[in-house]
Design a protein around this ligand. Structure first.
Ligand SMILES: [Zn+2]
Length: 299
């Protein structure tokens, strides 16, 4: 599974080619407008090449002569540039995006590093391959605390979910497994997708999957889920863990992720006690010590 960092670095060749093309275009334009500059640049190049040979010949006298010649040409060049108000860096390749200097990441005023707006395409592509192809319109910025009432509670849940993703734990035992349980139709999927996308936007590898779809994922993806930075498993229900090998697949993923302290959030419409008592035994063991993403203080 490709991460946002992979996709951005794959695009670097294209970006640097674009930067070269822009540079060549600038040089061509300036030279055609100021042919005397083109002439001097070509003379400088000749002097440098001749000096190179003189260096190999160890001809100190000749080297000195070429140094003086280049100095004189350079002075002439500077004058032409100054008099005609030509950009002195017209022949230097510049970054295509001056917001991120083509790194693909920008640092906000608060210090958080995010994917730059020039890499929108890569970001969308990453959301798609990270299990969120069917949710292109879901955006964290559209999540409203006051939707469906209880704005304070919704805000608290959002912040707890974000903390879980960032690996900030409120409780002392630093759990990496979280359960977000809330009533059906309360916007759980919207929030889950929003936070998963936020993780990717922050340069993390993340994946969103519905529990019942686990058996449909390829073995490579299942392997990746054990190691990615953040995983959200939606529509988690005790029933689902009892069929199609879901219990053992999930158990395997959770075990390896927990060993590395990688955050995983299970999202369910059922309360923790029901899930713990009814789901696959291996899962209920892990679930009983999972942290809760809820509106209550502490866990
Ligand atoms: Zn940029």
């Amino acid at each position: 599974m490709k991460t946002i960092k992979d996709l951005i670095s794959e695009g670097l060749t294209e970006v640097s080619a674009t930067s070269d093309i822009i540079r060549e275009r600038n040089v061509k334009r300036v030279y055609s407008e100021f042919p005397e500059l083109k002439e001097i640049d070509s003379q400088i190049l000749n002097v440098r090449n001749s000096r190179f040979i003189a260096v190999i010949d160890k001809d100190e006298r000749l080297i000195r002569r070429f140094d003086i010649a280049e100095e004189e040409l350079q002075t002439k060049r500077d004058r032409i540039i100054a008099v005609n108000k030509i950009d002195p860096e017209f022949d230097i390749a510049k970054p295509v995006c001056d917001k991120c200097n083509d790194t693909g990441f920008t640092e906000g005023a608060d210090g958080t590093v995010k994917v730059c707006s020039c890499r929108r395409k890569e970001l969308e592509m990453c959301y798609e391959i990270s299990g969120m192809a069917d949710y292109s319109s879901y955006r964290m910025k559209n999540y409203r605390d006051d939707y469906l009432g209880d704005p304070a509670g919704r805000k608290k849940i959002k912040n707890r979910f974000l903390k879980a993703m960032l690996g900030i734990s409120d409780n002392a035992d630093k759990t990496s497994l979280w359960l977000y349980s809330a009533a059906p139709q309360s916007g759980k999927t919207f929030l889950s997708i929003g936070i998963c996308k936020t993780a990717i936007n922050l340069g993390k590898s993340a994946y969103y999957v519905k529990c019942e779809d686990l058996p449909n994922l390829g073995t490579d993806t299942l392997e990746d889920l054990k190691r990615i930075d953040f995983l959200v498993i939606d529509d988690f229900a005790d029933e689902v863990t009892l069929y199609n090998n879901v219990g053992s697949t999930l158990n395997n993923i959770l075990e390896i992720r927990a060993a590395s302290g990688l955050p995983t959030v299970l999202v369910s419409s059922f309360p923790k006690n029901v899930l713990v008592s009814k789901c696959d035994m291996r899962i209920s063991g892990k679930l009983s010590s999972a942290g809760l993403i809820n509106t209550k203080e502490g866990n």
